[in-house]
Design a protein around this ligand. Structure first.
Ligand code: GLA
Ligand code: ZN
Length: 687
């Protein structure tokens, strides 16, 4: 395994910091900010994120002096700066002078000025203005001792339906399809007389227009991602040209539906995301921790295991969760270190000083309106900073995952569009991915979360729940990897549509049929109170025994060469296959035919990992709600033990030779963790 270089060699530590919106405050408060940042054990802050008007109060009239002073002050105080490009919020003067930079909504109305994250991605004016200010930032600060990273814009999102965007969409379609005939075929537009006879007739999906052509819906989402990427590349161009040594990131938003982040990732040097977990709300923390872990793992997987950044998190509450529940003692530290456990090399907050007015005045911040360090939140933050110092040895290590789960944005979009066999949302796609992820999380087995385009050769087990869409080449790649010895698990409702959202003809699961050795003839959608049961054949099925409950979706398949490991126990399809495995070359391809209770997935994946020799980080039964993760570089190994329960737990360890990295103490054969407690253990004598 390799060691990854630090984000920037200028700051070879775990980064601890926050968004610092200094332009909202009089500069005479900045020296006090420096004193407090030192007390909070900060080494970095993000500046200038929404500072366009402060930097360019009138067209072409730039004011960088305040940012010069701020960066100098940071450098003088031993702090580093992530400098943002300001495009996330357009200035009022610009919106007034160039109305075309304001977005047009799906219903055709152009927005007034206000809010943020709402500029047109196509507008040549906005692109020119963005490049101009970015070039000036790069020229002015490329050699500044404080600068460690460019933060491009902020949380790219949304879409614009203006004439420029629509024209760009049609040009994108013409490049993709070449002819209208090809487009009409791919979108199946003969349906309801939707055939386009001229390119100009094509409009984006809209609640007052077209919503029924799924190929259009899918291509529009692809276009929005591509246009956002194109805008981002336009922003990045002057930065790369003028400051080639300064790395670049932008902040993602987890499983945000609007953008396929895998397409943006290659343009960035490091992946960053903003994490705002719903701790202590309606979902038990130990359950919610699974979802948070899953998203951390997506972000780590986006660059082949390269450590990522936790760019934003709240030090206390948000102003947008349904209930602004305070983090219970220990949770701030646990949640911050959870990110590091999954591969983050930063813990950063929104924001440093709590806003005095406007919409974020009650959003949590490190420094509250009281203005001093004598608060619970400040102490919690400072303590995380201390812990991160002690965790410096984990820098450059990653999570050694031999298992991958495929979670794919386009697959999700297609499932969201589909009408049937269930009607809501993504048809339980994310939940199905999480069910499989949870089974591995509970056992302490590290997982990568990838899209369907990734190279599989580094994995022994790949799980693709509901691989509904199969894009060209994907079945072939999975097949070749299984043929060479990989073990593949997929489920019901896989191999249904191609990249255009057209159903595969000739029998499901389409291109996966030979690999799985089955033909899926029908699928039964159960009502919420309805269940079926599946009965496992004695022996044969890894980890499984007896009967399990099935809900929601039960596919009716025929084995065409696959072995049947379980069958349905009830209803008219009792006795039909419910779990199959097909020998394919040197490997195995499993099909889970129904959506089953968690116990099934736990037993099955636990058994499968044991058969494949995929060992958990700690070979011991973990108490419920305890997560164990590992980072290493092949030589050193760091084990993170995290208690997401509001009660204390005792965790049995499988070996001696662990040292607590934060306290420096040797650890005995078991670990007593307080409520929301966390320990980071270094293996001093790797087995
Ligand atoms: C997002 C934004 C921040 C801030 C936070 C509040 O993550 O990037 O500017 O508004 O939300 O939670
Ligand atoms: Zn537009």
């Amino acid at each position: 395994m390799t060691q990854f270089p630090p984000i920037n060699p200028k700051l070879p530590r775990l980064w601890h910091g926050a968004d610092y919106n200094a332009e909202q405050w009089p500069p005479d408060i900045w020296p006090e900010d420096m004193r407090l940042m030192t007390l909070a054990n900060f080494n970095v802050v993000s500046v200038g994120i929404f500072a366009w008007t402060a930097l360019e109060p009138e067209e072409g009239c730039y004011r960088f002096e305040w940012l010069d002073d701020l960066l100098d002050l940071l450098a003088a105080n031993g702090k580093y700066a992530i400098v943002a490009t300001p495009s996330g919020a357009k200035p009022a003067w610009m919106a007034a002078q160039y109305p075309e930079i304001r977005r047009v909504r799906p219903d055709g109305i152009r927005e007034s000025q206000g809010g943020r994250h709402n500029h047109c991605f196509t507008s040549p004016v906005y692109r020119t203005k963005t490049q101009a200010i970015n070039a000036r930032l790069a020229e002015r600060y490329r050699d500044h001792p404080a600068l460690v990273l460019w933060h491009i814009s902020n949380e790219y999102s949304g879409e614009c339906h203006c004439a420029l965007c629509q024209e760009a969409f049609r040009a994108w379609l013409a490049r993709k399809y070449g002819t209208l005939d090809a487009l009409n075929h791919a979108w199946w537009t003969a349906f309801w007389s939707h055939t386009y006879t001229d390119w100009s007739q094509i409009e984006p999906p809209s609640p007052i227009g077209e919503t029924s052509v799924h190929g259009l819906t899918l291509d529009w989402k692809r276009f929005v991602t591509d246009q956002t990427l194109d805008f981002m590349l336009n922003e990045i161009a002057p930065l790369r040209a003028i400051s080639p040594d300064v790395p670049i990131t932008t902040n993602f938003m987890g499983t945000f539906p609007g953008l396929n982040y895998w397409k943006l990732a290659p343009a960035l040097d490091v992946i960053a995301w903003d994490s705002y977990p719903l701790w202590h709300q309606n979902i038990p923390d130990a359950e919610h921790a699974v979802t948070v872990a899953f998203v951390h793992d997506i972000n780590r997987s986006m660059k082949g295991g390269q450590p990522f950044m936790l760019m934003e998190s709240t030090p206390s509450v948000t102003n947008w969760h349904p209930h602004a529940k305070l983090k219970r003692p220990g949770m701030h530290r646990l949640s911050s270190i959870q990110a590091v456990a999954h591969g983050s090399e930063t813990v950063q907050y929104f924001q440093w000083r709590k806003s005095r007015g406007s919409s974020e005045k009650f959003h949590g911040a490190v420094v509250d309106h009281a203005g001093h360090e004598h608060t619970r939140v400040f102490r919690d933050v400072a303590e995380v900073g201390q812990a991160l110092e002690k965790l410096t040895p984990v820098l450059g290590t990653t999570v050694p995952a031999r298992v991958a789960i495929i979670y794919d944005w386009e697959n999700r979009w297609a499932l969201e569009a589909a009408q049937g066999p269930l009607h809501d949302g993504d048809k339980g796609y994310l939940a199905a991915c999480l069910d499989h992820y949870r089974a591995l999380w509970k056992r302490g087995i590290p997982v990568d979360v990838i899209d369907m385009e990734q190279d599989l050769s580094r994995y022994d087990l790949v799980i693709a729940p509901m691989l509904y869409m199969v894009r060209p080449g994907v079945a072939e790649r999975i097949g070749a990897w299984v043929n060479a010895g990989g073990t593949f698990v997929t489920t019901y409702w896989s191999g249904i549509v191609d990249e255009n959202d057209l159903c595969f003809l000739g029998g499901f699961p389409g291109p996966l049929r030979a690999l799985l050795g089955v033909w899926a003839e029908e699928i039964d959608a159960l009502t919420p109170n309805d269940t079926n049961r599946i009965a496992v054949e004695p022996g044969g099925a890894p980890g499984l025994a007896g009967e399990y409950t099935a809900r929601d979706l039960c596919e009716l398949i025929h084995a065409e060469g696959a072995d049947v490991l379980a069958t349905y126990a009830t209803d008219f399809y009792a006795g039909r296959p419910a779990l199959t495995v097909n020998r394919f070359g040197q490997g195995w391809a499993y099909l889970v035919v129904s959506r089953n209770e968690q116990r099934f997935t736990d037993d099955f994946l636990g058994g499968l990992c044991a058969e494949l020799g995929i060992r958990p980080v700690i070979e011991a039964d973990l108490p419920a709600g305890v997560s164990v993760q590992m980072r290493g570089d092949g030589e050193r190994a760091f084990v993170f033990v995290m208690n997401f329960n509001p009660q204390p737990v005792e965790v049995a360890l499988d070996r001696r030779g662990y040292v607590d990295l934060i306290s420096g103490q040797d650890v005995a054969s078991s670990l007593a963790l307080e409520p929301y407690g966390v320990r980071v253990l270094e293996q001093t004598d790797p087995a």
